[in-house]
Design a binder for this molecule. Structure first.
Ligand SMILES: C[S@@+](CC[C@H](N)C(=O)[O-])C[C@H]1O[C@@H](n2cnc3c(N)ncnc32)[C@H](O)[C@@H]1O
Length: 307
């Protein structure tokens, strides 16, 4: 059966009214989808289980050894962008790769392959408006090609916006964006594994990570301390955070198995809770992921600030 995610469905999933910019954007998105038949649902579950429980050697684990892969991937995007000079070249190739996505803790089949990316855009327009609208400085750590920075710019037209990543292809990509489109994004090399304490955050700063801390398992302590030391005004993490998922939901449960197999982010919520208990930070917002790819509900949100 064909269905469509409506504005009111999104308001309901988010749990509050949405900003007018997002409302406008929804008009240009095709959010129609097919509900899965029982057989199709079984096939998808079978594919996920097969990925998770066959021999582990096919699974690419996150970690330090992957630097060249990221350099290569973002280098390819940057090359394509320099040729076509089109925003779409900046979108990571993993969006729209599978015929299924997640919505409201279920699996659905989008009619349009852009829908997976559209759902990410929806989430970002909402979160950025909620937390970054009034910042003077915005930083995305682990920003990849820099494609998310455009939405931060739309929501906040005056802030200085900087993208950071350990991959030098990321800085190359951002430099090209600036040269080709006449934008003024900052770029800086930053490695979560070797935090550059010399890089200081500006006044009224908002920082976010989007599917980036996922890559570092439990090696986020130096980065969190860096953010505390730099008095970041608001820190947002939109990441695969297993502790926000519901073990009683089969799709959430399998997401958590996937996080483990891929060596994704681990113990992050507990770390923030401990810091809150110690009086160092205040957690201001938490939300379980309501969108995702075929394999994971990967976009839970936690926001915190220094106390
Ligand atoms: C899944 S991608 C997400 C990129 C971007 N946030 C986006 O939404 O397109 C993960 C990103 O984390 C970056 N990354 C992985 N390990 C890192 C590290 N140790 N320090 C900084 N960035 C890292 C990768 O280079 C890549 O850009």
């Amino acid at each position: 059966m064909t269905n469509k995610i409506s504005e009111s469905d999104i308001v309901k999933a988010i749990g509050e009214d949405i900003p007018s910019l997002l409302r406008e954007k929804l008009n240009g998105m095709d959010l129609t989808y097919e509900e899965l038949s029982k057989e199709e649902n079984n096939d998808v579950l079978h594919e996920i289980l097969n990925f998770l429980f066959k021999e582990d050697d096919h699974i690419i684990r996150a970690g330090e050894h992957r630097i060249n892969d990221w350099n290569k991937g973002w280098g390819e995007n940057a090359k394509e962008f320099s040729e076509h000079k089109h925003y779409n070249s900046l979108i990571p190739k993993y969006f729209g790769k599978h015929p299924y996505i997640r919505w409201n803790k279920n699996i659905i089949k989008p009619c349009n392959k852009n829908m997976e990316y559209n759902m990410v855009e929806i989430l970002q327009y909402w979160v950025f408006d909620k937390f970054l609208k009034d910042c003077d400085n915005i930083y995305e750590f682990g920003c990849g090609t820099g494609h998310n920075l455009f939405r931060a710019r739309e929501v906040n037209p005056t802030a200085k916006i900087t993208g950071l990543d350990w991959s030098t292809s990321s800085q190359e990509s951002i430099n090209q964006i600036n040269n080709i489109l006449g934008l003024d994004f900052g770029s800086h090399r930053f490695d979560f594994f070797n935090v550059d304490k010399e890089f200081k955050l500006g006044q009224k700063s908002g920082i976010y990570t989007f599917a980036a801390l996922e890559q570092i398992n439990n090696r986020y302590h130096d980065f969190i301390n860096y953010l505390i030391d730099n008095n970041a005004d608001i820190c947002l993490h939109i990441e695969p955070i297993g502790e926000y998922l519901d073990d009683n939901n089969i799709y959430d449960f399998l997401s958590k198995k996937y996080f483990e197999k891929r060596n994704y982010l681990k113990g992050f919520k507990n770390c923030l809770y401990n810091l809150e208990r110690e009086g160092k930070i205040e957690i201001v917002y938490e939300k379980s992921s309501f969108i995702g790819s075929m394999f994971i509900n990967g976009y839970s949100l936690v926001a915190w600030r220094k106390r």
